[in-house]
Design a protein around this ligand. Structure first.
Ligand code: FES
Length: 372
């Protein structure tokens, strides 16, 4: 016991002598028992962890009044990301750990991890970070995930389209392509509400001037006499051969829906890759709101009010695991023992029998039993 305390004193008083190898050793852990190593090392270096991915904010920039750009330095557990993927960012707010998902905006092989977070009214994490993020702040990270990524063999012709804060994953794609010296045609079309809302505007202009193969166009949706949207005419004027381009779209639902309709009508849906970053206002289908939702493990049943399974679980005082709340991260997946669900975005109806479902984007149709 005495040896353990002396060893601990000497370790804590000489933090520079702590080596990763020593900290990983079972010997140190046993010296500190019953207190975990993590807690003591955390006093010296809050980013260090044997298993968890953590990152320190090293720079903060406010590019627009509604956004904050953070440069993070992750610890050695971070395995990087593919351009277009997203990561969970965990912060402590009012004593509770809360996670939200954001897409890195930097080049995949770039130094550090850049996240641009737009403040959403009522968005706990986005408001917290927009208000108080400062160099030195430490956040938790989940490994990067997501299939909205460029293929490893880069396409000959690319069209990248974004709206609002949906610019981050396609900005990452663009920066990655530029860093790789990609020299085939790329069109980058960004929709921002006004010039004041245009994130990365200066950098996009500079990239367009520096790369002959890159055509950058920004459309301001709330300037001029009538709102601007994604239409076939817009596409033809900006990228006349857009049907031949591999196309990546990230933005609000209206933008993603417009793209999906256009590409479907052109029978070209295989070339379109989309990632919405907001859910439409959940519409409750009155005919679906019958019967009850039974949370079997918790022994709770609520009347089915037609909202998503996640919302109904929360209204029943349950706290299911979740992240993005918009069908991207799969953190909320639960097993439906029996019942039918409607996808709140696509409207697709599925009858499930012991199958997994994302509860944030599926609402029950009549009676349902779920393993929660
Ligand atoms: S919470 Fe992310 S998919 Fe449901």
């Amino acid at each position: 016991m005495g040896t353990g305390i002396m060893a601990l004193d000497s370790l804590l008083n000489s933090p520079r002598k702590l080596t990763r190898g020593l900290l990983d050793s079972h010997l140190v852990e046993s010296l500190l028992t019953p207190n975990p190593v993590e807690r003591y090392v955390g006093m010296i270096d809050p980013v260090w962890s044997r298993r968890d991915v953590r990152a320190k904010v090293v720079a903060v920039e406010r590019q627009t009044p509604r956004s904050v750009t953070l440069t993070l330095e992750p610890n050695s557990n971070w395995n990087g990301f593919e351009p277009g993927q997203h990561v969970g960012v965990t912060v402590e707010i009012d004593g509770r750990l809360t996670t939200r998902f954001y897409s890195p905006a930097g080049a995949a092989a770039g130094k550090g991890l850049e996240l641009t977070i737009t403040r959403h009214p009522g968005g706990k994490v986005s408001e917290h970070l927009a208000d108080i993020a400062a160099p030195g702040m430490v956040v938790g990270l989940s490994p990067a995930e997501g299939e909205f990524t460029l293929p490893s063999t880069r396409p000959d012709h690319l069209l990248l389209i974004s709206g609002g804060s949906g610019i981050t994953p396609v900005m990452s794609m663009l920066r990655t392509l530029c860093a790789e010296g990609h020299d085939r045609p790329v069109t980058f079309l960004h929709f921002a509400r006004t010039p004041q809302d245009a994130i990365y505007a200066r950098e996009l202009q500079a990239l367009g001037e520096a790369h002959a193969n890159l055509n950058v166009v920004t459309v301001f949706t709330r300037e001029g006499t009538k709102p601007q949207h994604l239409t076939r005419a817009t596409l033809k004027s900006i990228c006349p051969d857009y049907l031949a381009a591999e196309t990546y779209v990230c933005g609000p639902n209206a933008l993603v829906d417009a793209a999906e309709k256009l590409w479907k009508r052109d029978r070209n849906a295989d070339r379109l890759h989309t990632e919405p970053f907001t859910l439409p206002e959940p519409t409750v289908v009155a005919a679906d709101a019958t019967g009850s939702v039974t949370f079997k493990r918790s022994g709770i049943a609520v009347e089915n009010d037609g909202q998503s399974l996640l919302l109904q679980a929360e209204q029943g005082n349950l706290s299911p695991r979740h992240g993005c709340r918009m069908g991207i991260c799969h953190t909320c997946v639960c097993r439906v023992e029996s019942g039918t669900v409607r996808h709140v975005r696509t409207g697709e109806v599925k009858t499930l029998n012991n199958e997994l479902v994302q509860i944030c984007v599926n609402a029950p149709v009549g009676d349902i039993e779920i393993d929660l």
